[in-house]
Structure formats: structure tokens, C-alpha cells
Design a protein around this ligand. Structure first.
Ligand SMILES: Nc1nc2c(ncn2[C@@H]2O[C@H](COP(=O)(O)OP(=O)(O)O)[C@@H](O)[C@H]2O)c(=O)[nH]1
Ligand SMILES: [Mg+2]
Length: 395
């Protein structure tokens, strides 16, 4: 295309656009999209069967409010994100943030809130367990300016836990009690996943959030210098509309890690604590394999040690992949590659461990401090380097 042709071509495509669209006044009674006053953020994993129903109910309950809903989906295999897009094609108040190779309820909520601009933000589950009909009350409470956050509460007068069995109810009560170590005592339901917060209060805290696991509300309460001014709005927890719960046995671990992070995270990264505990368990695995091979006479010491080291390495990698780096879990071929980088990193760590211990020992440190010094340096190296090279996280 020659220059003059290119100019003509550009004019041809911009002119009608300018003439037709930008200068044309909006049709008098066409759809006008107003900026949302309320953004509802809904984390989803395999919730395709609940999306349309939730939007339908929000539409009814939020009549008269300028609202939008953002689903944050972690690439659900049931096609939740695609389904949200098809609903969004008919309703511009609906959007999706589609995350690939990521998991995590708290981080999904945080990223959803950050993708919106409304002055008020609600977080709720997709499965309709959270009673959407209290959203207008929550909004009215925040609009008064007296509160930073309105918590959907199962444990105040008028609220309830629905059809939970005794076991789940007592676990929830125990978690609530433990959480009071880091959140205000008069907050009755810090474990709630249903709340509305002002953008201002959220933004003041967002950089201090742990975003670990699933207890975003507890995280918010425990992450600011100034206390949150809160009100609890009762609701009755309902049964799931469709699909099944995603929260499995790991939640206890995640909860413990969040609690630890809020208690000691200022001084020691909680991932390091997890890494260290798993490393200590790895020592037992090592000893068990060594005993099984060497003590039973099946192998000499060197061969036994080699197998024990490999076994401990595989154990450490697997458990860290499952727990410490749950939010960046490696699968399939990536897991194999991860095991390789992890083993490499740990081999260097082992050399550093022996070297430092030897150095300390030669410089008149007792054998125990020398060994501990070596272990510490090796552990910090293993943690920092494998975080980055194996799981792609900055320590
Ligand atoms: N984006 C995202 N959402 C999640 C994840 N895990 C759970 N969810 C969503 O978080 C909400 C609460 O989870 P749910 O399974 O209902 O937990 P339960 O109510 O305690 O049984 C639901 O809307 C889930 O789809 C996750 O890893 N990522
Ligand atoms: Mg649920």
C-alpha cells in the first residue's frame, strides 16, 4: 500500500466512526450505563450451575442500586468463566476476571476488588448460601458513613448456620474462638465469607493482607493499624444451590497458616515456617529409609544414605507442593521439572550446610551450634531459592 493510499484508507475507517458514533448524541431512551455504586465480587471454582441464578437474584434484590458483579474464576474445568461471559454478553453489569494456573479464595477476592472502582464492595459466595437479600441493608449501613464494613453474620440475633451437622458447627466455633487472637472480641462471626466494605477501608489494608487461604474477612480485620468500624447484619446460612463445596481438609492448614502469619508474620515469613516444619518431618523420613535399608542389612551405609536423601527430597518437594505452595501447586510435567530444580537447589543447600557447619566448628563453636548454624543457612537458602525457581514465588 502506498502512502497516499494508506492515508485514504485510514480516513475511510475513521471518518464514519467519528461522524456516526462520537458526535452522535446518545439515544434518548436507550440503555445508559451508570458507574456502579456497589461492586459485588464473587470468587468461583466450578460454579457454572449457580451463576445465572445468582445474577437473577442480585437483579431483583438490588433494584434501584447501580451495581455490577465480578466473578473471579480460577479456570474452572466446568467452564464457569465462559458461562459468565455468555451472561455478560446480555448484561453489561456482569464481568469476569479469569485467572489461569492460580488457586485461592482470598487472593481471588482481592484481585476481584482491585478490578473494580465502586465506592462499596461486597464479597459473597456463588453458591447462594449467602442470603443476597441483606445486601441493601449492608449498603444502607455503609452509606451512613458510620461503618467501614458490614459483616453478614450467622452468630448474631436473627442469624443462623442452617443445616450444618454438629461436627462442622463445632469446628466453626473453634475456628471462631482461635481467630479472636487476631480480630476484635466483639466481632461475633469473623469466619464469615459474606460482607460489604468501603473501598477506602479496603485500600488502606490491601497491602498488608496475607491473602493466604480462604478467610479474607479475618485477614482484613487483622491487617490494619486503625480498627475497622463494623456492624453485623444477621443472615441464615442456606444450603448450596448447586455443585459441591471446594473447601477440603486443607482448610485447617490454611487457617493455621493465616493465623500464624498474623501473629508472627511480621518477623518470620509464614511460608518459611511451613517449609521448615516439613523439612523437619523430612529428617524422620530420611532416618526411616536409612534404618530400613542399612539396619536391615539390605544396603551399605553409603547406598542407604543415597536412597534416604532421595526419599527425603521427594517427600519434601511433594508436601511443600501440597501445602506451602498450595496456591501455586505444580501438576503433571511441571511437577517433574519442579522436583528437578528442587533437588538441585537442595543439593547446593546441603553443601552450604556442611561447609558452614565445618567453618563454625573450626572456629571453636561447639558441635551443636555449628550444626544448627549449618542447618539454618541451608534451610534459608533452600527456601528462598526454591520459592523462586521451583514455584515462581518471591520469598
Ligand atoms: N476463584 C476461586 N474461588 C474459589 C476457590 N475455592 C473456592 N472458591 C469459591 O469460594 C466460594 C466458597 O467456597 P465453597 O466451596 O462454597 O465453601 P463452603 O461454603 O465453605 O463449602 C464458592 O463460591 C467457591 O466457588 C478457589 O480456589 N478460587
Ligand atoms: Mg459455600
Amino acid at each position: 500500500m502506498k502512502m497516499t493510499e494508506a492515508v485514504r484508507f485510514t480516513e475511510a475507517i475513521t471518518e464514519p466512526f467519528l461522524a456516526d458514533d462520537l458526535t452522535r448524541p446518545a439515544p434518548p431512551d436507550g440503555p445508559t450505563i451508570k458507574a456502579a455504586e456497589l461492586s459485588v465480587v464473587v470468587p468461583t471454582f466450578k460454579e457454572a450451575a449457580n451463576v445465572a441464578e445468582l445474577v437473577r437474584r442480585l437483579d431483583i434484590t438490588l433494584r434501584g442500586v447501580d451495581w455490577e458483579v465480578v466473578f473471579v474464576d480460577d479456570d474452572s474445568p466446568d467452564g464457569t468463566a465462559e458461562l459468565v461471559r455468555s451472561v455478560a454478553a446480555r448484561d453489561p453489569r456482569v464481568r469476569v476476571v479469569h485467572r489461569i494456573a492460580r488457586r485461592g479464595l482470598s487472593s481471588a477476592c482481592v484481585e476481584g476488588v482491585l478490578a473494580t472502582s465502586a465506592p462499596y464492595v461486597a464479597i459473597m459466595d456463588a453458591d447462594l448460601q449467602h442470603d443476597e437479600s441483606i445486601l441493601p441493608n449492608m449498603l444502607s449501613a455503609l452509606r451512613t458513613g458510620e461503618f467501614d464494613i458490614a459483616v453478614g453474620s450467622r452468630y448474631v440475633e436473627g442469624g443462623g448456620i442452617g443445616d450444618w451437622d454438629d461436627k462442622r458447627a463445632s469446628i466453626s466455633r473453634l475456628a471462631t474462638r482461635l481467630s479472636h487472637l487476631v480480630v476484635p472480641h466483639d466481632l461475633r462471626d469473623p469466619m464469615s465469607g459474606f460482607f460489604m466494605v468501603t473501598r477506602r477501608a479496603f485500600m488502606e489494608r490491601v497491602r498488608n493482607l496475607s491473602s493466604l487461604g480462604f478467610k479474607i474477612l479475618m485477614d482484613l480485620f487483622a491487617s490494619g493499624k486503625a480498627p475497622l468500624r463494623f456492624v453485623e447484619v444477621p443472615f441464615r446460612f442456606r444450603s448450596r444451590f448447586a455443585g459441591e463445596s471446594k473447601l477440603d481438609g486443607h482448610v485447617a492448614w490454611d487457617f493455621g497458616m493465616l493465623l500464624l502469619d498474623k501473629l508472627v508474620g511480621r518477623w518470620i515469613p509464614v511460608r518459611f515456617i511451613s517449609f521448615g516444619m516439613i523439612g523437619a518431618a523430612g529428617v524422620f523420613v530420611h532416618m526411616a529409609i536409612l534404618a530400613a535399608l542399612y539396619k536391615s542389612g539390605q544396603a551399605n551405609f553409603a547406598v542407604g544414605q543415597a536412597f534416604a536423601t532421595m526419599g527425603a527430597m521427594v517427600f519434601n518437594f511433594t508436601v511443600n507442593n501440597l501445602l506451602t505452595y498450595r496456591d501455586a501447586k505444580l501438576r503433571g510435567m511441571k511437577m517433574l521439572k519442579g522436583l528437578m530444580t528442587f533437588s538441585l537447589v537442595c543439593s547446593v543447600g546441603a553443601i552450604a550446610n556442611v561447609g558452614i557447619a565445618q567453618y563454625l566448628f573450626e572456629h571453636r563453636q561447639g558441635w551443636i551450634p555449628a550444626a544448627i548454624g549449618g542447618i539454618l543457612v541451608g534451610a534459608v537458602w533452600n527456601f528462598a531459592t526454591s520459592s523462586f525457581y521451583t514455584w515462581g514465588k518471591r520469598a
